[in-house]
Ligand binder design. Structure first.
Ligand code: EPU
Length: 336
């Protein structure tokens, strides 16, 4: 086992936070992982590093999950069933599916991170959530070293949520994810306003999977910073769900407030809009700040510390609570 010492994690997290792993190992097979767990269980996992904010050096053994490979389990005329190992890059997998004419995840193009972490937060964008295509998640139970399976139902998926953020948190290492995708009669999801506008601007009436993927990529590039250029973890907060009555009160004062109906009694509000109204959009403090084009994204312009970004997040939470009476929940995994 090749355990390295004093490794910077700057290039292992999309926020680009420069903290040090006292000990570090990159794992490329389930077997290697099981062998490692026999000698060390107190570990810190890192995969694509796209949904975490590191605020200090890591004293535990940092285990980088780099297990690659895609297998087609079975297919018929209409569907394909695939199992993808957790270290595969999500966007490359999404593009590959589009190139094979496998439908279901084209709206999730350009989301940073790896396949193995997509179920944890149930990644979602432009009207699609990954839970709609996942059939099974395979994981190693850290305590026993045994390989276990979670059906879609057992994953208990919700909005940016799953069992892996709750009851199963810290107990498993996800090793592969299985998907069911379409080969014909794709269930295209183009109703999200920005996609409709993008397709219309290109004069596309009957979009292919590639047209949708290209539209999503164009929209994301226009709003969201590329982590290779500006460190970030996508949406830092969840969009809050408030009661209809609270929404109606806020709407009286802000008639233009955007909203999505969740149920008869609940409404979801874009956190980015709230943060913009509170005056934070585009604000920069030293080397960190709020993205200029999407206020839901906190950014590291170079050498910010995780603690600085976390303090900014807390300041935003306090301001939104004070101004709107709404509690913003942090979506990114903050490591203290
Ligand atoms: N808005 C503002 N100001 C801003 C940002 C947004 O007023 O600075 C308004 C927009 O004008 C629009 C509304 O808020 O009316 C929604 O904005 P957008 O379409 O950009 O989506 P979002 O709700 O801010 C969510 C996801 C994103 C996902 C997009 C598209 C969450 C926490 N975020 O953002 O996911 O890409 O929808 O589906 O649900 C992520 O999770 O990392 C992520 C980027």
């Amino acid at each position: 086992m090749n355990i390295q010492e004093n490794i910077s994690l700057k290039y292992y997290n999309t926020f680009g936070i420069d903290v040090t792993a006292k000990r570090f190992i990159s794992i490329d097979s389930v077997y290697q992982l099981q062998q490692l767990l026999k000698i060390e269980k107190d570990i810190f996992l890192i995969s694509g590093g796209s949904n975490m904010l590191l605020t200090k050096d890591i004293n535990k053994l940092v285990v980088h999950i780099n297990i690659k490979g895609i297998v087609i389990d079975r297919e018929d005329d209409n569907n394909v069933h695939l199992t993808v190992n957790s270290g595969e890059n999500w966007h490359e997998f999404a593009l590959w599916c589009v190139s094979q004419n496998y439908g279901g995840i084209e709206n999730l193009s350009l989301i940073p991170g790896n396949v193995g972490t997509c179920p944890i937060q149930n990644i979602g964008a432009y009207g699609v959530e990954v839970k709609d295509t996942i059939t099974k998640v395979e994981a190693i139970e850290i305590a026993s070293g045994k390989l276990v399976q979670f059906s879609n139902e057992e994953c208990k998926f919700g909005y940016r949520n799953s069992i892996f953020k709750n009851d199963a948190k810290g107990k498993y290492i996800l090793t592969s994810v299985s998907f069911q995708l379409t080969k014909t009669n794709h269930n295209l999801n183009t109703s999200y306003g920005a996609i409709e506008t993008e397709l219309a601007s290109k004069g596309i009436e009957k979009p292919t999977l590639k047209d949708i993927s290209d539209a999503v990529i164009a929209i994301r590039k226009s709003k969201l910073p590329d982590p290779k250029e500006i460190g970030n973890s996508g949406s830092f907060f969840k969009n809050p769900v408030i009661t209809k009555n609270q929404f109606l009160d806020i709407q009286k004062e802000y008639p233009k407030i955007p909203s999505y109906t969740v149920s008869d009694s609940e409404t979801k509000i874009p956190a980015g809009w709230l943060i913009e109204q509170a005056g934070f959009k585009g604000k920069r403090f030293r080397d960190y700040g709020v993205h200029t084009k999407q206020a839901l994204v906190l950014v590291n312009y170079g050498n910010a510390s995780g603690e600085e970004i976390y303090q900014l997040a807390q300041k935003i939470q306090a301001t939104i609570l004070d101004k709107f009476g709404i509690t913003l929940e942090i979506e990114v995994n903050v490591i203290h």
